[in-house]
Design a protein around this ligand. Sequence first.
Ligand code: NAD
Length: 516
Amino acid sequence: RGVCSLITTLIVHLFLYHFTTSTTKLFIDGKFVESKSPEWLDIHNPATNEVIGRVPKATHEEMLAAVDSCSRVYHTWSETSILARQQIFLRYQQLIKDNIKELAKLITLEQGKTLADAEGDVFRGLQVVEHTCSITSLMLGETLPSITKDMDTYTYRMPIGVCAGITPFNFPAMIPLWMFPMGMVCGNTYLLKPSERVPGCALMLAKLLQDAGAPDGTLNIIHGQHNAVNFICDHPAIKAISFVGSNQAGEYIYERGSKNGKRVQSNMGAKNHGVVMPDANKENTLNQLVGAAFGAAGQRCMALSTAILVGEARNWLPELVERANGLRVNAGDQPGADVGPLISPQAKERVNSLIQSGVDEGAKVLLDGRNVKVKGYENGNFVGPTIVSNVTPDMKCYKEEIFGPVLVVLEADSLDDAIKIVNKNPYGNGTAIFTTNGAAARKYTHEVDVGQIGVNVPIPVPLPMFSFTGSRASFRGDTNFYGKQGIQFYTQIKTVTSQWKAEDATLKSPAVTMPT
Ligand code: NAD
């Protein structure tokens, strides 16, 4: 295994080199192929804005070839023994572990987040792959013997066909790994369209999956933007779509895909509130809040982007500012970096204008990261940690998802008032309460209408034995990502009712009434 692992690592190094010096390939029928598209997009390093590669908008013929490959292989793959599929994913999780550093380097190069955070990105996806290795238990059906005399009923969980995933830029490893391993281990074949801004990581993950033994055509990867998305929503062979990204895209994909009779699960934007009670452990709470607001430069759907300071906790603001001010803004691959760049100059401009909208509407900027300068990276998309206080729910900087290193701070007189604010916000992705009072924590978890709640845990993303359960405007669909719900999403139930009589079972006359 040592030699195999070394060879794979060498290949991945070559892949990394190749990726950064040339064009992004499509992955069709087990081959990394150059697109014939006349339309290409530049990929930038967010820390410098240098062009580091180009990604094609796949042609219609290429997208058709990818789906045809998925369809062709589906019949053999879905009939492959579940133990054989399990073995592939057991090997896959090991290969991801062996190559976590290389994957993280590529994520930092394309996406900008710090290397340590990029490893976390891979690790949280790896946990889903590890979970898929329990498929022999997860896919169990149900049985009920002796429904009537000599008659038993049992269910099978069956795959559904070709499934597709459309992913955002902010987690180049974790989010694709929420999707294709779950879909494939259930016996489906998979078409992935990664974010055109960070397409390299998905290809490296595909290479490792191929090395783990996944047959050609079980995973295909296309690139592009709207055309590719519309193609996925419309192609009749695709039975289910998993989407993660903004509300604008997610609502559209949910509607277009559903209209075409597909299952769609759509995880979207957020505005996550951290409610700070005056009895909370101050040291712990302030550190958690700062880490969860500014980590990954705030480009996480579970970033704690809004603080509600209850009662006397409002006096903690100066210390909150001091801690945020201590974070180091730098390129993600530089030692000691805490906050990396935003994904693009447009994202930086948008974040800066939302900060300004707060000022214009009467909020106070207690810490202003808009003019941060990073030595040696003057062209990067950096915004330093920013804290905006005196914010009210009618302000634009509160209503819109900022998706940058900006913490907006509201105040409330009581826990009831804080709960009212959170429940009035349309999003329901995540929230956290910081308190040492069990009764307050219990009240909060029961009354707040949000899908994922942390009690003294700032980013309560569930591990994959549970599911990712964002709610309200943060989610469209019936079954969530990964965990038991993920298995439900990627399978359908077949119910068998059988009768085996020991004595002669021959009917003497036709049975024309409904069997009871
Ligand atoms: P995005 O919606 O711009 O892009 C996501 C995907 O959709 C990409 O593959 C892109 O090519 C495609 N796309 C973009 N605009 C489209 C459109 N108008 N029509 C059809 N397809 C389109 O999202 P992003 O900027 O890459 O990611 C950031 C967003 O994702 C944030 O809103 C964040 O909260 C959200 N997000 C949510 C979760 C979650 O689990 N709830 C996780 C991560 C990110």
